[in-house]
Design a binder for this molecule. Sequence first.
Ligand SMILES: C[S@@+](CC[C@H](N)C(=O)[O-])C[C@H]1O[C@@H](n2cnc3c(N)ncnc32)[C@H](O)[C@@H]1O
Length: 320
Amino acid sequence: MSVSAAEAAEYHSKDFDWETLRQEIENDPSLSYHLLPFVSPQPEQQVSKDPIKAWQSFHIQHSSGKFFKERRYLLKEFPELVSCGDGSKVLEVGCGNGSTALPILRGNDKIILYACDCSNETLQRAKEFVVASNVASVEHRFRPFYCDFATTGFPKWLGCDYCRENFGPKDPNCISDVREERTLETDSQSMEEGSCCIGGVDFITLIFTLSAVPLQIMPTALKECFSVLKPGGILLFRDYGLYDMTMLRFEPVQRVGFREYMRSDGTRSYFFCLDTVRNLFVCAGFIELEIEYCCVKSVNRRNGKNMQRVWVHGKFQKPA
Ligand SMILES: C[S@@+](CC[C@H](N)C(=O)[O-])C[C@H]1O[C@@H](n2cnc3c(N)ncnc32)[C@H](O)[C@@H]1O
C-alpha cells in the first residue's frame, strides 16, 4: 500500500476536542497576541505585497514539486466525488500542483476536472504530475487554466453571463463543450465570439485556497464560486481552522489582520472559526449542509513533537 493510501485508510478527524484546545490557547499568556483586535498600521508602515505575485514567486521557488502530496483522504471526506454521475464537472479552485486534483481524477474516471490557479508555473507542474499518474484518459479529463478567481473572476467559458443569471434548467442553446480543450488559459475573461460556455459545474472544491485570499475579498471570491455552480451544485470546503498549530507559530509582526497572517514570502493565511465560514458562505447565497472542525494529532517526524492540527470541513449547496 502506498503511503497516501495508508493515510487514507487510517484517516481520522476527532483526535481531540476543539473546545478544550480553545480554552488552553486562550488561557496561555504567551499566545495572547493572537486574540487581540487588530489595529491597522499607519499607511506608511503597511506591508503591501501583492498576494498573487507572492504565490507566483512561491511556485517558482518550489518548482521541484517537493510539496506535492496527494490528498487521498479527500474522497473519504467527500464521497459525492466518487458517486456522482457520468460526465460530472468539477472545478478545483487554486489547484496548486494537483494534490487535490489527482485523487479526484483517480477516484472517478467519469469526472471532468477543471482546475485553475493564479500561477502558470504550478499549473505546468500539475499537468506533469497528472499525466505521469497513468490515470484513465486523464489527458481529456483534466483541464487546467490560469485565473485569479478572487479579483478578476472565472472565465466566461465556464459560465457566461446569461447562464450565471438564468441558471435553472439547462438551456440547450447555451450549453456546449466549445473551448473545453483550451488549457493554461491566460486571458481568463474572454470568450470567443460565437462560442458558448460549458454551463457551469456540478461541484467546486475549495481546498486550502480561501485562506490564501485576503479576508476583505473573500466575499467576492465566494460569490464568484456561487455564480459558476449549477443550481443544486455543491461546494466542498476544507481549510485551516482557528488555533491550528501553524497559526500559533506566527509571530506578532506577521499579523496582517485579525486571525490573518503573512509569511515572509508574502503569501497569506487566514484561520477560520466555524461562524466566519458559515457567515461567508450564507452571505454568498449558499445553504449549509455540513460544517465542523477536524482535529487531528500527529507527530513531527523530525523532532518527535506532537502537533495538533485543526481544519474546517464544510459542504455548501447552491439552492436548486
Ligand atoms: C495552499 S495551496 C492549495 C492547493 C490545492 N488546492 C491543494 O489541495 O493542495 C493554495 C493555492 O491557491 C492558489 N491561489 C491563491 N490565490 C489565488 C487566486 N486568487 N486565484 C487562483 N488561485 C489562487 C495558490 O497559487 C496556491 O496554489
